[in-house]
Structures are given as structure tokens and as C-alpha cells.
Design a protein around this ligand. Structure first.
Ligand code: ZN
Length: 272
């Protein structure tokens, strides 16, 4: 499936996860009452949206939805807990499947271990946590065990803000920035000037930015195979999302194509 530029770094789950809120919004606008509670909500969704709006044979790509199955997990299947902030592990940006290897909540709040692998799998052995028998091992990679040491808490939020301000003060135009993404990966950006404080609350490209937040205008680099190209749009970036990894640079540029060294990528990955 060809990835649209605005879908950069995302996957099919983002689009599918929009369906329930869209149905909810439509019901609200039509003043329809929806009963509260997971089961009743799922019944409402199933009743309202039994089939994909556009049939699969009218769409391109194997990601197009064929049939819809609605379901839910009872709340007592979940246990809530506070997971302390931990350091990353090597090549964490490639991993999309994480399983806490510890069933004791108190122990789980200590440093790991964590089972990780590149892709997610829900084959029968994996659903039983029998990962060594995974039927998709070739596609999702083997499970491996990693440890994630806890971040040493220094002097609380005050220190964090001070560090962020210090970092913001070092920014200037035409710097190469690595930016953390929700998928634990990174994007690259070029700064267009110095950092500034947002004067009022605003929303830009789906990002809510509050007054007082430190922001810098950037242009994104888009990955095209083995190189990057600079995109045209100038966007405000919340500086807190930048990875503080020291000075970054391109290995070389050639006719609008930017090339990055592997060890630079590894350095960024080690800091995500
Ligand atoms: Zn599997």
C-alpha cells in the first residue's frame, strides 16, 4: 500500500480507530441517546455500523477493511498502575510489541524485564504467551528480553523546565532536529529560527499548543528510501518533543537529497 505523506509514520490502526468516535459524533449531532457502559456502547456501534462504508472491492490495498467485528473487554480484565519513567533500550524504535514479563504489580514497577519484538502478533501461540512457537516469527521477529533501568528522578519539575529552557535557548535557524513520535520512533526537522513562547492557545495540524509553551518553527524532512527531502510547509513544533541528543548533522547532501550516517541514527535511537 502506498503511504500518503500525511500518514508518514502511522499505520492502518489510526484510520480504523476513528470509526467509533465518528459514529458517536454523528449520533450526538442527530440527538440520539447512547446508553453508557462498554457493552451497550458496543451494541450501539454494531447496530449502527455493521459493514464498512465503502466495500473492500471498491478500495485499493490489502489494508482495506473487509468485515467489521465489534467486541469489548470487560473493565475487570485490566489493572491500573503507575509505570515509572524508564530509560530506553537499544533499537527500541523498531519494536512495536511490548509485553511485561512480570505478573506481580509491585515487581513490574521495578526495572523490567520486558519482552519486546519488531511487530505485533496475535496468532494462537502468541495469544497464550507461547512466543517461541509463534507462527509469524519470520514476519514479526523473535521476542527478546530487555531491561529498562528507571530514570533517576532529580529535582522535580522545576529542573525539567530549566533544562528545557536551556535547550530552547541553544536553538537557531537551519539546525537539524530529531523529534520523538508517538510510535517511539523519530522524525527529522529543520529549524527555521529561534525558539519562542506561544502567546495564546492554538491548534496547528492537530497539535494543541498552549500559551507559554516553548515552540520553534520547523520544516519536516520526509524519508524517501535511503535519503530525505525537505518538505515545504513551515509548522510550529513543541520543543518538548525534540530529542536532546547534541549536535546532529547530515553525512552529505546532493541535489536536494539528504543522507544520514547510520551511527547518527543509532545515536538518536539510543536517546528516544
Ligand atoms: Zn505469533
Amino acid at each position: 500500500m502506498k503511504k500518503h505523506e500525511t500518514m508518514h509514520g502511522k499505520n492502518v490502526g489510526d484510520a480504523v480507530s476513528n470509526i467509533p468516535p465518528t459514529i458517536y459524533k454523528a449520533a450526538t449531532l442527530a440527538s440520539k441517546l447512547v446508553d453508557a457502559g462498554s457493552r451497550l456502547v458496543v451494541l450501539f456501534l454494531a447496530d449502527t455500523h455493521r459493514e464498512p462504508t465503502v466495500p473492500k472491492d471498491k478500495k485499493h490495498g490489502w489494508w482495506a477493511v473487509d468485515r467489521i467485528f465489534w467486541g469489548h473487554l470487560e473493565h475487570d480484565r485490566f489493572q491500573s498502575g503507575v509505570v515509572p519513567e524508564a530509560k530506553g533500550f537499544k533499537s527500541s524504535m523498531r519494536c512495536h510489541h511490548f509485553v511485561g514479563a512480570c505478573e506481580d504489580k509491585a515487581l513490574a514497577e521495578k526495572p523490567g524485564p520486558l519482552l519486546v519484538r519488531d511487530g505485533h502478533c496475535a496468532c494462537p501461540p502468541c495469544r497464550e504467551k507461547n512466543y517461541s512457537k509463534c507462527e509469524q516469527k519470520r514476519n514479526v521477529g523473535p521476542m527478546r528480553k530487555v531491561y529498562t533501568p528507571l530514570v533517576q528522578q532529580v529535582r522535580g519539575a522545576q529542573t525539567m523546565t530549566g533544562q528545557l529552557e536551556e535547550f530552547a535557548a541553544t536553538l537557531h535557524a537551519r539546525q537539524l532536529l530529531a523529534v520523538r513520535t508517538p510510535e517511539n520512533s523519530f522524525w527529522l526537522a529543520r529549524t527555521m529560527g529561534r525558539a519562542y513562547e506561544a502567546e495564546k492557545d492554538f491548534i496547528h495540524s492537530g497539535n494543541e499548543i498552549e500559551a507559554g509553551w516553548l515552540v520553534v518553527d520547523i520544516k519536516w524532512y520526509d524519508k524517501r528510501g535511503g535519503h530525505y527531502v525537505l518538505l515545504g510547509a513551515v509548522l510550529p513544533l513543541i520543543i518538548n518533543t525534540a530529542i536532546r541528543v547534541g549536535a546532529l548533522g547530515w553525512e552529505r547532501t546532493d541535489n536536494g537529497k539528504y543522507y544520514i550516517r547510520n551511527d547518527t541514527i543509532e545515536r538518536i535511537e539510543a536517546s528516544t
